[in-house]
Design a protein around this ligand. Sequence first.
Ligand code: MLC
Ligand code: AMP
Length: 512
Amino acid sequence: MSKGNLYAALRAAFPADLDQVAIETADTPVPLHYTWRDLERGTAMIAKLLQSLSLPPMSRVAVQVDKSVEALMLYLAVLRAGHVYLPLNNAYQASEIEYFIGDAEPAVVVCASRNFGWVSTLAFKLGTRNVFTLDDDRSGTLLERAALQPDAHEPVHRRSDDLAAIVYTSGTTGRSKGAMLSHGNLLSNALVLKDYWGWVPGDVLIHALPIFHVHGLFVAIHGALLNASRMIWFGRFDPKGVIARLPEATVFMGVPTLYVRMLAEPALTREACRTMRLFISGSAPLLPDTFSAWQQRTGHTLLERYGMSETVMLTSNPYSPASARRRGTVGFPLPGVGLRVHDEHEQPLPAGGIGGIQVRGPNVFCGYWRMPEKTAEEFTADGWFRTGDVGFVDAEGYVSIVGRSKDLVISGGYNVYPAEIEGWLNEMPGVAESAVIGVPHPDFGEGVVAVVVPRAGAELDAQALIAALKGRIAHFKVPKAILLADELPRNTMGKVQKNRLREQHAALFAAA
Ligand code: MLC
Ligand code: AMP
């Protein structure tokens, strides 16, 4: 019995003719075509392999691999086997992976074979018994072992409030928190979006996002699968490559950086977009200039929506009419989503009042993994989740995000938590203290910058600090610039005035 299992719901939407192509790869050495039957059989074999390991129910399966259709199959197999998927950014290094494995205690870890040495050492040390490899050329021990399994498997029964995935989002004060999402959180949101974004038979999605975050893994993939839509699958985002395939597609989803990079290509024209029905942007603020430039160049109005790992999608601009998609806003709360704006005294604000955005709904997560206190802090007494985003709702109901109460930088759609980077910097020899900020960046939206104060008498070299950080943490988190200063600006309470630093360095990347 599979009722409640998200995979079963997705499978139920597959087309009657399972021999149609479900996914076509765009940037493998030769194009690969996967039918719906391939997805069904491939995920069954991996699910059977997981079953053969006799894992406790709802074991975590941590996955740090390059993007491939087989990696997508692994996600679906974990769902159908009733375990809990734990996606990890493939840029993470040993210190980052050690934390996630230590915290989530996965029963299975799957990594790229080039990382097997250090990942398996860490995993075995932390008590994980099963480590497999999976590469983006369909090699690795996971598929070797799965190939020996039967290709039929009944999705395991799961209740809609059973855990399906844990998505780590970094904590403002250091420790990353695992947002626990249930089968019901994910399915309810996917069903709402199918309707809200007007998916129709014949839609074709270009998938060019990473599959270790909510946007690429849940929003894009669930959308296509629930609509039985073919996907044109890019292992990496390549603006020229994506534009070349637009005439075969109808839907595209991206973070703003993807749109900025496509706009830089002369090949992006109205003609190139002639078959497209919908371009969706999210994960970071879309600049009004990008919205307008896209409209002028392609004749299409970007649809901006807003969400987060803890809630999947929360708001969206309307699908129809396109003229109702309003620049600078993230649209309306999705059906079933409650959204309110409160001041710092927890009082509701009237239309236009700027305050903290709070939400509730069937999409809102079940809490942070093994952090009951943190979970309690982030929910109000009457059960609303504090997003940490600051914004307002106008008289017509459009939601706008104007800032964040959480100290967070979003660079090219990836979150970087200043506290984490400051911690690494402050440990380095010769560093007295540091402040990490985000400032406008033409490509990434925000660029990470560190202002570092040397210890008395110490000679610091910014490039050496950057190189040292690159040896320790994912490179996207490493500041694009490190500025040395004699001191940090502080208020009378002694708190670093990051606003002043942001103003002072606002033009740092302007000419880049
Ligand atoms: C890569 N680099 C970045 C970066 N991405 N630096 C800052 N910010 C980023 N986002 C750095 C790498 O570390 C590397 O540095 C160099 O750029 C080249 O790496 P690359 O892998 O070749 O980069 P590229 O392919 O150009 O990647 C850029 C990108 C990628 C924009 C395509 O960042 C991306 O796919 N972003 C999407 C993220 C996403 O899906 N977010 C959704 C979150 S879900 P070095 O030093 O090694 O040279 C969410 C909820 C919601 O937020 O609402 O959706
Ligand atoms: P994550 O923790 O990676 O899920 O990031 C979620 C955060 O991304 C949200 O809390 C917002 O701050 C931000 N975000 C997502 N979509 C948008 C958007 N359309 N505009 C502005 N910020 C966004």
